[in-house]
Design a protein around this ligand. Structure first.
Ligand SMILES: C[S@@+](CC[C@H](N)C(=O)[O-])C[C@H]1O[C@@H](n2cnc3c(N)ncnc32)[C@H](O)[C@@H]1O
Length: 344
């Protein structure tokens, strides 16, 4: 698992995690201290994110100030020493904190990737433009609910002047953002926003903030900055994320049409975590609700889900009435780059 995750971390821009996971994989083969921490968690199930849970456990100790020798290598706490020597420091930590780390690895690696909104915003803007109505946003698998405030963020393109949103926002999503200029003047009013998640994270609690930060790779300061900005917004504008799976929460919200608003059901990187039966029921529920949609109560299904082993994601929008399904864009696993694939 560690050896599989290492190149993925490198491709996604974390040389530090790639190096540490490569060294830890060797250490596991030699039954060293990494194995002593991980033995009880050993699995062949690649959907368990074991390697990322392992790194989140280590990162948590660094963020808590309990790993002083490793901290100089972790940019998330101001470290500048880089990769050289990081494994030796981490190996010592694995020896000293074996039992504590063993317990921490059992926790879910619960992320909330704010930059995924750089793709999702395009679908929201299209829903607002096509319907001419204010939006009711219902997010499935919302985690800490940070992305439900997508309309409070600022989006801009690396390379030209394309931008949307509040330039003064604490969340600046700046990157390769190849989206149609025609959408950038679009006004949006969100009149209701809510989400569900079987394991919601409380963004206003110390524990919630720590677990979100621990899950973001330590040498990716831009991701940390976006997370900090989204946590700041969360303090000022609470959003409710119900502790529930999709099929416990969504049916009653779609049971009646909502005249005068465009309902957008949205999810990113969630479908793979649903049980196959629940996933089928969830898709069928949306299709059924779509049949009842009208021009005064339209329904949009906006989703960003990985479609290839390298985790490039597809952003799709289905609109009712009419059941028009479009591939809007592709996006990177952590949000950028966003590449427009739509036809309008
Ligand atoms: C990889 S995280 C993505 C979180 C967030 N959507 C984002 O893009 O940052 C997957 C989320 O799906 C949630 N999840 C798992 N099973 C679910 C289900 N049956 N219904 C709704 N959410 C679920 C998990 O708890 C987790 O928060």
């Amino acid at each position: 698992m560690l050896a599989l995750q290492a190149p993925a971390c490198r491709i996604l821009g974390s040389d530090l995690y790639a190096a540490l996971l490569t060294a830890a994989a060797d250490d596991v083969r030699g039954e060293g201290p990494a194995w002593a921490v991980l033995e009880r968690h050993a699995t062949r199930d690649t959907n368990t994110a074991l390697a990322l849970r392992f790194m989140a456990a280590v990162h948590r100790l660094v963020l808590q100030g309990d790993a002083p020798a490793l901290a100089p290598h972790f940019a998330s706490v101001g470290g500048t020493a880089g990769v050289d020597g990081a494994w030796l420091a981490m190996r010592s930590l694995l020896v000293q904190q074996r039992d504590r780390l063993g317990e921490l690895v059992a926790r879910l690696c619960q992320t909330n990737e704010v930059a995924r909104c750089a793709g999702l915003v395009v679908g929201f803007l299209l829903a607002a433009r096509d319907s001419g109505l204010p939006l009711r946003v219902l997010e499935i698998g919302a985690s800490a609910g940070l992305n439900l405030r997508w309309d409070r963020f600022h989006y801009s393109n690396h390379g030209d002047d394309r931008a949307w949103g509040d330039p003064g926002s604490p969340v600046q999503l700046h990157g390769h953002w190849d989206v149609p200029r025609g959408l950038l003047g679009q006004q949006v009013r969100v009149v209701a926003r809510a989400g569900c998640d079987p394991q919601p994270v409380e963004p206003l609690s110390d524990e919630g903030r720590l677990s979100l930060m621990a899950a973001v790779w330590a040498d990716q300061p831009a991701r940390h900055e976006r997370l900090r900005g989204a946590l700041e917004l969360a303090r000022n504008e609470p959003v409710h994320v119900a502790k529930a799976g999709a099929m416990q929460w969504l049916p009653q919200r779609l049971a009646k049409t909502a005249p005068g608003v465009a309902t957008v059901v949205v999810h990113s990187v969630v479908a793979q975590y649903m049980e196959p039966g629940e996933r089928q029921e969830f898709f069928a529920l949306i299709e059924d609700a779509g049949q009842a949609a009208t021009a005064h109560a339209p329904l949009y299904w906006l989703r960003m889900e990985p479609e290839s082993p390298l985790r490039a994601m597809s952003l799709r929008l289905t609109s009712w009435p009419g059941a028009t399904d479009e591939l809007l864009a592709t996006a990177g696993a952590h949000g950028f780059p966003v590449r427009w694939r739509g036809t309008r």
